[in-house]
Ligand binder design. Structure first.
Ligand code: SF4
Length: 493
């Protein structure tokens, strides 16, 4: 699998396929490691036996490899549970700059949704503020023929509201008397990182999946809003809209390609099986780096580009032109839910910044709320594969006492995604992250997602209430333990 994807996703993929060859090595080693000293004849027989086993194993593997080669010629279809290495090429081609430009040229209505992490990457790269970047990218994309540029901080507020609601429900459930239901209620594990989700589905499977939040990521909530609601409201056909997001990592391309985020045309609000073409909520994902390539390809001097007013329909920008949103380069899940839970469950309004305490390393930090000497809320940020592995191990043995974990595959979180812009010459990766963290909220107002007027409007006219039947249908999803396909197992054998 390409190094473009997060290390966690790549590790998960390898683990998925490694088992058969591991068995083979173990059995050969076992023959060599006989504890008692055999006599000479036994040694000869044993060595000869292992020699034949080894030769037969080699021959068998050769035959299987030839068969697999032919099977793969016919089984090239992309599926997350299957042959990801060959599927990767197909997916990356389908979600490329060429496809993006070709859809504009075909006269499709193209919409771009920009992530705040990518915005920060451009801000630092060009020495601008996030709002200047947003305005200049609006000019740039519209000059290519894009119809509207939106902001995933806006849809992230929906993800956060749904996550707050879900957490309260699960916290209460965990304190209920129904033993079975309360057992799998906590901790809640965040779900916005596809690198982590793919790893959980492929490698950890059914014991961990019930703990993962069912809320869709900001990329998918903006996709659902555009394709399920905005299109209807504006009288547009969702299959005529080509929706592209700009994200900090390649893993987001995998997320957009998930079957769970593709739907059929609907009629009168009711989903109809096989009713017309299958429509993705997000047609394509471009990384920050790919957008920089596009800017260079078009020979645009980004710094001198004019600034256009943002499209306010799905962009967190106020009357005075300020961007607004929550703290946190990885979405601010732990912080937002912690504040909400403290207030809703314990009547505690937390003013000022939360005090996250570093536990093992800067990528594992926790915050707690104590009431009358008792720890009532215990949350943590858990970034990078090593921390993630430690925490799932604890969950497995029932020794995890956290109530919520913001889990991200990348060390340092989303600002450090594999699709971000590279450090400048002479700049270390660490310095770049620090710069991105400080530019991320530069002139961006901190705002409570529950006060977002756009999101309030969406609940009023469409979703009704957090956790409503409609909110569940459009803003939540499911995870599936992946059964390895035979092709996938053989391919890496
Ligand atoms: S941590 Fe963020 S940037 Fe990294 S893979 Fe996950 S979603 Fe992408």
């Amino acid at each position: 699998m390409s190094e473009k994807f997060s290390a966690t996703l790549r590790i998960g993929d390898l683990n998925d396929f490694i088992a058969p060859s591991q068995d083979c090595i173990v059995s050969l080693k076992g023959l060599k490691a006989t504890a008692t000293k055999p006599d000479r004849a036994e040694v000869t027989v044993s060595v000869r036996a292992s020699y034949y086993i080894y030769i037969y194993a080699l021959l068998f593997r050769l035959i299987v490899a030839i068969c697999v080669h032919f099977i793969l010629q016919f089984d090239f279809q992309y599926e997350l549970s299957g042959c990801i290495t060959s599927a990767e090429t197909v997916m990356l081609e389908k979600q490329s700059l060429d496809e993006f430009l070709s859809n504009i040229n075909q006269g499709k209505d193209v919409i771009v949704s920009l992530s705040p992490q990518s915005r920060a990457a451009f801000a630092f790269h060009f020495g601008l503020s996030p709002v200047q970047v947003f305005r200049k990218l609006t000019t740039f994309f519209k000059s290519l023929g894009v119809k509207a540029i939106f902001d995933t901080s806006c849809s992230r507020d929906i993800s956060l509201i749904e996550s707050c609601n879900e957490f309260i429900m699960r916290y209460k459930q965990s304190h209920s008397i129904d033993g079975e239901r309360s057992k799998a209620s906590l901790p809640v594990l965040s779900s916005a990182c596809p690198g982590w989700i793919c790893y959980a589905e492929k490698t950890l499977g059914s014991y961990i999946l019930p703990y993962i939040s069912s809320v869709k990521s900001p990329q998918q909530t903006i996709g659902a809003t555009i394709k399920h609601h905005l299109c209807q409201k504006m009288g547009l056909r969702p299959d005529k809209i080509y929706h592209v997001t700009v994200m900090p990592c390649y893993d987001k391309k995998l997320e957009a390609a998930r079957d769970d985020f593709v739907f059929s045309m609907e009629s009168q609000g009711e989903a109809q099986e096989n009713a017309g073409p299958r429509i993705p909520e997000v047609d394509s994902v471009l990384t920050s780096g790919e957008v920089l390539d596009l800017i260079q390809l078009k020979s645009v001097d980004f710094n001198t580009l004019e600034e256009s007013p943002p499209d306010r329909l799905l962009t967190n920008v106020d009357e005075e032109g300020y961007l607004y949103g929550v703290h946190g380069g990885s979405g601010g899940y732990a912080e937002t839910i912690f504040r909400y839970a403290a207030k809703t469950l314990f009547g505690r309004e937390i003013k000022g910044p939360l005090e996250f305490k570093t536990i093992r390393n800067s990528d594992f930090r926790e915050v707690i709320l104590e009431v009358e000497g008792q720890t009532v809320l215990k949350f943590a940020l858990c970034y990078g594969f090593r921390n993630l592995q430690n925490i799932v191990r604890k969950i497995k043995i029932g020794k995890c006492d956290y109530h919520f974990l913001e889990v991200m595959a990348c060390p340092s979180g989303c600002l450090n995604g594999g699709g971000q812009l590279k450090p400048k010459p002479g700049q270390s990766g660490k310095d770049l992250i620090q710069s991105l963290e400080s530019v991320y909220m530069e002139n961006v107002l901190v705002a409570n997602p529950f006060d977002n007027p756009i999101v309030k409007g969406l609940y009023e006219e469409w979703l009704e209430q957090p956790g409503s039947e409609k909110a569940n249908r459009y803003m939540h999803t499911e995870y599936h333990p992946l059964v390895k396909s035979i092709t996938a197992q053989l391919h890496n054998w």
